[in-house]
Design a protein around this ligand. Structure first.
Ligand code: XIL
Length: 477
């Protein structure tokens, strides 16, 4: 088993593979260890079917509750997936190895997680769960339910990069370039982020404004800036479907044929990847190829080349730079649905046929009232990890105008949305980075009044930034 494969197994078991025992091995030769348990496996407890639970069943905590013996890696968090029964007063009590118990308050009647910090050495432990404060004589429906208990191991090497989109001072490639001259813009990036994604500078309309004429000045300036400060660069994006394609490509004087358009694609990918070989190590090779109903997004590549246009792009990219991480990136596919299913089906087919693909990028542009739950995101990340793929959150922002209440309330709601994504990425192995689509509310594609980012318009950290720092276990600043 390769190291990557081992990490992926970890992700799947921590995710929702539906296995009856969460078994994994963490390194090639490491012993198999239990990482947690599903309700289905709990020995002395009555399980009840629950379609919404992670493997189809849950346990109602009644009477003496349940006891489970597990062999663990050294762990620093226990995560219980639970929900309230009819009783509002009932609590869940978790006791490990006879130590002082934790009392968990179920927060709602739908599944959610409660995470408790612990310090457990590697080895065997006894976990006891029961209800407390259940009104006497109450029925089974009153009691809290538990779906799964997972243990998050100490992984000293775990690191998730925090990235951001950045703009150069190119007025053409940058709708709000003046702000980029504010020294706080670069300073905030340098102090708080590990990686940058050129927001527009690597898109075709700027790179190849006329056929065969490549202009790299502004992309070069961003890449040089990153390199000079030891920051990573994500390449965004080689083959795009949006309005930022060059006009000569979308409105050709002589109609394209499959072969002539494939030649344009090959020349483009080859020229751009070669220029940044060894510097840009991860590329969004194809960006936004599906509609939200799961059908192929209509665009020039699809229209002329046909449905294998995506595969062609990935094959070319691998041949040009075999060491680069090749990413498929799309919008609005964080939650389950037809679009995510289409991407999953494509990725699975690529894996089966050996079409090169290394990771899935989830843009995660979202808003208050609409951002994904942590569990939903974990399920998505684990789903792609189960194919042996890495994952990244590539363009996150949370617009706030859809929210309600005071500004402070919106800011803390936004922090929860960011925390959900950061925690999910941290917890599911194979998720390597979380990138926000801009540094501060002063420079954002959705408009500053939406306040979608981690720093405010005066470059002060918002609650969302602190939430991300904590979730990614970062100590700076
Ligand atoms: C956006 C930029 O942020 C804007 O400045 C530009 O005008 C349009 O493109 N999904 C993507 C990004 O993959 O490239 C888009 O970036 C945002 C949505």
């Amino acid at each position: 088993m390769s190291a990557l494969r081992a990490r992926v197994v970890h992700a799947v078991t921590l995710g929702f593979a539906g296995a009856s025992l969460l078994l994994t091995s963490v390194a090639q030769a490491a012993p198999v260890v239990v990482r947690g348990f599903e309700a289905e496996t709990m020995t002395n407890a009555r399980t009840v079917p629950s379609a919404s639970a992670s493997a189809g069943a849950a346990v109602t905590l009644r009477g003496r509750g349940l006891t489970q013996r597990v062999t663990l890696l050294a762990s620093r968090k226990v995560r219980v997936t639970l929900k309230r029964g009819r009783s509002r007063s009932a609590r869940m009590r978790l006791r490990i190895d006879g130590r002082r118990p934790f009392i968990i308050t179920p927060r709602s009647r739908s599944w959610h997680t409660s995470t408790i910090k612990v310090s457990l050495g590697a080895g065997r432990h006894t976990i006891r769960l029961r209800s407390v404060r259940l009104p006497p004589g109450s029925s089974a429906r009153a009691a809290p339910r538990v779906d799964r208990v997972a243990f998050l191991p100490v992984d000293p090497a775990r690191r998730v990069l925090l990235g951001t989109a950045l703009r150069s001072q190119n007025p053409a490639a940058n709708p709000a370039f003046a702000i980029t001259r504010d020294p706080r813009y670069a300073a905030t990036f340098l102090k708080n982020f590990d990686s940058l994604t050129p927001e527009n500078e690597l898109k075709m309309e700027h790179i190849e404004p006329s056929p065969g004429r490549f202009t790299f000045a502004y992309a070069d300036s961003l890449v040089a800036f990153a390199t000079a400060h030891g920051k990573a660069v994500r390449g965004h994006a080689l083959v795009i479907t949006s309005s930022q394609l060059s006009r000569w490509l979308t409105k050709p004087r002589v109609p394209w044929t499959r072969n002539s358009l494939l030649a344009v694609m090959r020349r483009y990918i080859t020229t751009v990847m070669n220029r940044y070989r060894g510097t840009i190590r991860a590329w969004d090779v194809v960006n936004e190829a599906f509609w939200d109903n799961g059908s192929y997004r209509q665009n020039i590549w699809y229209d002329v080349i046909g449905r294998d246009w995506i595969e062609q792009a990935f094959r070319i990219a691998r041949a040009v730079d075999p060491r680069a991480t090749l990413v498929y990136n799309d919008i609005a596919s964080e939650t389950s649905g037809a679009q995510q299913d289409a991407i999953y089906a494509m990725a699975k087919d690529f894996r089966n046929r050996g079409v090169p693909l290394d990771a899935i990028g989830l843009q995660n542009h979202t808003g208050l009232g609409g951002y994904a739950d942590q569990l939903v995101l974990e399920r998505t990340l684990a789903r792609f990890a189960s194919l042996g793929l890495g994952t990244e959150i590539t363009e996150m922002d949370i617009v706030t105008q859809s929210g309600t209440g005071s500004e402070a309330r919106k800011a803390s709601d936004q922090a929860i949305g960011y925390r959900n994504a950061a925690t999910a990425c941290w917890d599911i192995a194979g998720c390597t980075s979380l990138t926000t689509w801009g540094v501060s509310d002063a420079v954002t594609w959705v408009g500053g009044d939406q306040a979608p980012l981690l720093f405010d318009a005066d470059f002060r950290p918002k609650p969302a930034f602190n939430a991300v720092q904590a979730a990614l276990q970062r100590t700076r600043p």
